[in-house]
Design a protein around this ligand. Sequence first.
Ligand code: HEC
Length: 159
Amino acid sequence: MNITFSKGLNRLICALVFSLILPLAGCDQQGDRSLSDSAEQQETQTLAVRLLEADLERGELLAYSCRACHTLGPDEDHIIGPNLYGVFDRAAGSVYGFDYSDVLLEVDFIWSPEILDEWLADSNGFLPGNNMRFAGFSSGADRADVIAYLLQVTMDPAL
Ligand code: HEC
């Protein structure tokens, strides 16, 4: 099997997986949401409003794309990206033992749901030169679903 073939095969598998999983993930709440809000309205809604309508189960599915590079649980190892447990309220570029890009080391902000929303919309536009190779989610509803899920699983319940 040469490289071109396996790339093509990968794409095919991805396309199949996505065409099977996404409609399933979106079948109930998504349908209601698109009836009540046009795509344009969803994009202009603030994150707070989008979070109120967030679908946690869909967020869990979408977060599998993060898990390709990030662990989410306590005391888990960094992989391609840093472990994200406790990311909310943590200073950007501050996890011990992860080799960040210079740009992420130089910034001075705390991760909040709002900032993560901007990062996931377009991480390169938000912080040019960072090392996260991820296209992001153009849909504001998708970002809200993932953020709602991450708020649940990456926050220390004792805090
Ligand atoms: C292809 C791998 C990859 C994917 C997929 C990916 N990330 Fe990342 N992520 C990275 C890398 C690498 C960094 C470090 C970037 C740097 O140092 O510039 C990073 C950094 C981050 C940071 C900054 C963490 C910190 O400590 O400052 C956040 C937050 C983040 N990613 C969230 C996500 C979320 C949420 C998803 C899924 C929606 C995701 N990432 C998908 C590779 C990825």
